[in-house]
Write a protein of this length. Structure first.
Length: 164
């Protein structure tokens, strides 16, 4: 297991010095799932949500979230993202609790000395919260779950792929 590097000699939080790290191509993919009522998903699909095109707005919000990650997560380095791609997978089949889902996947990419895992995870989270915000008038019982890193590549630690 890697040792923690976000603490200085006094045990206080610090931003890690990455100046000596090698620049490599870095890629990370994350996902989050929004659970909602079947009627809500149908309204999204038919463009009947009063605030507008839910998935189009969530897509832009996810990209903006990735770009703002160092403003939200204190120890994240500002990085030059070279790409952020957001995708949605709608599952209209209700689960045991009667909820449908929208799974959001975000892939962030850069070439630099630090990774883009937090940017990908922020992107899916902001996109999910945007779906909630745009649909809350018709479905306050929505939930955002299963926010996770699916994979990452690049850097000294190499490749990670989530199992299952």
């Amino acid at each position: 297991m890697a040792e923690f590097t976000h603490f200085n000699e006094s045990g206080r939080a610090r931003m890690v010095d990455i100046s000596a790290k090698e620049s490599t191509e870095r890629l990370a993919t994350a996902q989050a799932t929004v659970f909602l009522l079947p009627e809500t998903l149908e309204k999204i699909q038919r463009g009947k949500i009063a605030k507008g095109d839910v998935l189009a707005v969530a897509q832009v919000a996810g990209v903006m979230g990735a770009k703002k990650t160092p403003d939200l997560i204190p120890m994240c380095h500002p990085i030059a993202l070279t790409s952020v791609d957001i995708a949605f997978n709608e599952d209209p089949k209700p689960d045991a609790a009667g909820h449908c889902s929208i799974t959001i996947t975000a892939t962030a990419k850069t070439t630099g000395p630090t990774g883009v895992e937090m940017e990908a995870m922020t992107a899916v989270t902001v996109a999910a919260l945007t779906i909630y915000d745009m649909c809350k008038a018709v479905d306050r019982g929505m939930s955002v779950r299963e926010v996770c890193l699916l994979s990452k590549s690049g850097g000294k630690s190499g490749t990670y792929t989530r199992e299952g």
